[in-house]
Write a protein that binds this ligand. Sequence first.
Ligand SMILES: [Zn+2]
Length: 232
Amino acid sequence: MAISPTSISRHLASRPARVRHLEWLRGRRYRLAQLTRPLMEGGPESLPVVIAHHRRDSSAAERLALALESDWHSVPARCRQAYENVLGCAPAIIIVDLRRTNRCGCLGHRHPWVREGPFSEPHESLGGRPAGELDIAWQRVEAWPALPLEETALDARFFEGSRQDEFRARQFRLRMLSVFLHETNHLSFPHEPEDSVRERSLSFYRESLQAYVEETCATLSFTIDRSFSRME
Ligand SMILES: [Zn+2]
């Protein structure tokens, strides 16, 4: 059975007040989110995600939550289907340790064990199953030259202004989503070779970004056509 955000909130609140107070002072915050698994046997189930972050990174945590809960639904179905097995074999809860950067320069890692205090051991209130943990360095993801040529070409289609800001915001969230899926892939299948894991996450990113651009440009030209016809 899926673990609800409510049971995670209850679990976090059930810890001693002193522990929670110290955590608050340290600036540690938890943003709860969910990723809906593709339709599988028994219907859609959601994968609970806890975004652990420092107070000063709250806006990046919000953007990751938006990527998981909203952008995930807007990508082509085949992109979600490519992760059906990965999500089906994922741990019961995923903890994301959201950072600004990583000294090694990596975008993210899979953690061999859970380090985040409240989730480091399985809890009865959380279904008694172990959680999985990964980290994402969001500033690295933002500066990542993922698909240098293709992205510059796509970017140019929006020129300057608000459309371009919108494009860059979506581009960042789709990158975060693809890094999240990449590391979750490592958690689900620790022995799958890096090449094949990378190929899956880069294809996800490429196809979902292209689909977004196609869709946006189609609406744009539709708007232009209409204004032309009004001038006639
Ligand atoms: Zn990897």
